[in-house]
Design a protein around this ligand. Structure first.
Ligand code: UDP
Length: 235
């Protein structure tokens, strides 16, 4: 069966039901224009993502996660992926800051949900519900459900991270559909796909360190992992 090589993960279908996901050590930014290898990043991200997916399952959100194989390899449920990135924002940063001119950190109350079309050759453009209908990427009912799920999951995670003294500014989700038509959380949740800021002044703990060339990338990821382990053990 065909292997799919993404920028940060390698996916190999194992059967009709399961896919093997290997988390790579590659970091990319600006649609692949900046690229570097950080030995250990794959293992850290697979661990952070597994912790969060297990936590969300415990809260009743269906996810793709099944089990771990080794330090950087997870087995997940096979699902038809929506070619969409669903971004939830609690505070302004990144492309929203550029698009609006608002200051970094401005609070979005209520939070904002954005949809992006996953198409590398188009640069993953932001799109709206009408574009999704035109392109038949999801039904209108599915879009409503994706927005609702993304907001619920993001709010759950914002609460979790605040216990670890981490401000969750924004995050990106991807969803899939199982053969019986259920929407499930897929892909990963990690410092590659979220903006994490330390609440006590230590700054960025996520991929912005790489995007902006500021600080040791993996030190931030290790900090997120360690704090998550601590609060999950205590709860
Ligand atoms: N994001 C992601 N993959 C992408 C684009 C964005 O995981 O291809 C995440 C990013 O890490 C951030 C959030 O989605 O947590 C919002 O990203 P933004 O639109 O600000 O884009 P950026 O300026 O980070 O490219």
């Amino acid at each position: 069966m065909q292997v799919y090589e993404g920028k940060a993960k390698r996916m190999r279908p194992l059967s009709e039901r399961e896919v093997e996901v290997v988390f790579k050590d590659d970091a990319t930014a600006f649609n692949g224009q900046k690229h570097e290898i950080f030995p250990g990043k794959g293992a850290l991200n697979s661990n952070i993502s597994e912790l969060l997916f297990n936590y969300l399952e415990g809260k009743g959100f269906p996810t793709q996660h099944l089990r771990r194989v080794d330090e950087r390899t997870l087995i997940v449920k096979r699902a038809a992926m929506f070619p969409l990135e669903v971004v939830v924002r609690f505070q302004v940063a990144g492309s929203l800051q550029k698009r609006t001119g608002l200051a970094d950190g401005t609070v979005c109350d209520p939070p904002i949900v954005e949809l992006y079309y996953k198409r590398d050759d188009l640069g993953d453009p932001i799109i709206n519900d009408d574009h999704i209908r035109l392109l038949k990427l999801a039904t209108p009912g599915e879009v409503v459900e994706l927005r609702k799920l993304a907001l619920q999951i993001a709010s759950e995670l914002r609460g979790l991270f605040s216990k670890a003294r981490i401000e969750l500014f924004d995050m990106k989700f991807e969803f899939g559909k199982t053969p019986d038509g259920k929407l499930i959380l897929a892909d990963e949740i990690s410092p590659d796909t979220c903006r994490f800021r330390d609440m006590d002044g230590a700054g960025m703990l996520d991929k912005d360190r790489f995007r902006q060339g500021k600080g040791d990338l993996l030190e931030g990821y290790r900090e997120v992992h360690a704090r998550l382990m601590r609060i999950l053990k205590a709860s």
